[in-house]
Design a protein around this ligand. Structure first.
Ligand SMILES: [Zn+2]
Ligand SMILES: [Zn+2]
Length: 376
């Protein structure tokens, strides 16, 4: 609450003195925005989904209307081509993107975009096209919500459960210290463990907890037919890996396989070239950027302002927004807050914890010459 008050107050003050517009004029890069799910009702949907991945259709329209007054919307192909030619834009430009490929993009965002004539792009997790199922992060969050509501000392019980796994002492200590709610625990596990380790943990949680189908029926993926219709209407499709692995947590073998197979799969199913790639959770380092280049992608999108100087087109910054990104202390849309968001004025307290220059965080895991199954 205090943070929201400070954000609202400072936004209005900076907006009044024109600092947001001044800084926006200094930003030479286009504004690329990232969304996840667009839902009918934020307040009801947030009870069963990760709130920071949601925006209501109504709030999404407010964002688009404000952006339309300040920026010219471009498709990612137009944006990429201009950046490739040297990156000179004759007016402020913005692009809209969606990560993961949820079906509500089709039902709630696509009609709004069509009606307003705004181009956009969707980064798809290709495994879900073949076998629709909940994304692993949604499943883990659903299970942890269930655990935290049923286990009186959930953080401690979860720590005990993790001690049965061979994942090293560091994640467990961090989890005990940081994970006092389901979202914090989800983030902590996802950012520290490989996907095979996460899958093993969700398997064990599923054995210990009652079924959570009600939670998991939310957030279904887009179908191939929906994507075909969106492509016909001018929506750009990009890859978001095959199974939503966080590239920096995996082996070189797994990373290459996921990057290449997701591109081939999309090209085969949709009949279009796939040039754009979005890093799951924005996780990248030098090695993973090189792997993205080797897999044939031309443009890569992160979720922070950092770039690899040798691969600027593969580290194009994005700003991820959700329902509460641009609201005042009453929870209402605020053009002053949105303006400050677009001018990067909040970056000083919402920094990026990644070390993008580092090589593999776990060199042994990176060097694995097979799909990693670190747990017995
Ligand atoms: Zn994602
Ligand atoms: Zn960063």
């Amino acid at each position: 609450m205090l943070r929201t008050l400070v954000k609202t107050g400072s936004s209005h003050a900076l907006h009044l003195i024109g600092m947001d517009s001044f800084l926006r004029g200094k930003i030479s890069l286009p504004v690329v925005l990232g969304y996840h799910r667009v839902v009918q009702e934020f307040s009801s949907e947030k009870k069963s989904s990760i709130p920071s991945m949601l925006i209501s259709r109504q709030m999404f329209e407010r964002h688009l209307d404000w952006l339309g007054g300040q920026f010219h919307f471009l498709s990612l192909d137009e944006l990429g081509a201009t950046l490739e030619r040297g990156g000179k834009f004759d007016r402020p430009v913005a692009a809209i993107t969606f990560d993961d490929g949820y079906e509500d993009n089709y039902y709630n965002a696509f009609p709004v975009l069509k009606q307003k004539g705004i181009p956009a792009a969707v980064f798809v997790v290709t495994e879900l096209l073949n076998a629709p199922q909940p994304l692993l992060h949604d499943k883990l969050y659903g299970l942890l919500c269930c655990a935290y509501s049923q286990w009186p000392r959930a953080s401690r019980d979860l720590t005990c459960l993790l001690q049965d796994f061979d994942i090293g002492p560091m994640p467990i200590q961090k989890l005990t210290a940081a994970a006092n709610n389901p979202f914090a625990a989800t983030r902590e596990l996802l950012t520290r463990l490989s996907q095979s380790q996460i899958r093993r943990i969700t398997d064990v949680l599923e054995e210990k907890l009652p079924p959570i189908e009600a939670l998991l029926c939310k957030g279904k993926p887009l179908t191939q037919a929906m994507l075909a219709e969106m492509i016909q209407a001018g929506i750009t499709i990009g890859s978001h890996t095959q199974t939503h692995i966080l590239l920096t947590n995996e082996s070189r073998f797994t990373v290459q396989q996921e990057l290449e197979s997701s591109r081939r799969d999309l090209e085969g199913k949709l009949g279009i070239p796939i040039r754009h790639f979005a890093y799951p959770d924005g996780r990248f380092n030098r090695q993973t950027v090189q792997a993205v280049a080797a897999a044939g992608y031309r443009y890569g999108y992160t979720i922070c302002r950092h770039r690899d100087p040798d691969y600027p087109l593969l580290t194009i910054p994005r700003r991820v927004l959700w329902e509460n990104s641009c609201v005042d202390n009453r929870g209402l849309f605020s053009s002053a807050v949105m303006s400050c968001q677009m001018s990067n004025l909040f970056d000083w307290y919402a920094g990026c914890e990644q070390d993008h220059r580092s090589l593999a965080r776990d060199p042994v895991r990176w060097a694995e010459n097979r799909s990693v199954g670190a747990l017995p």
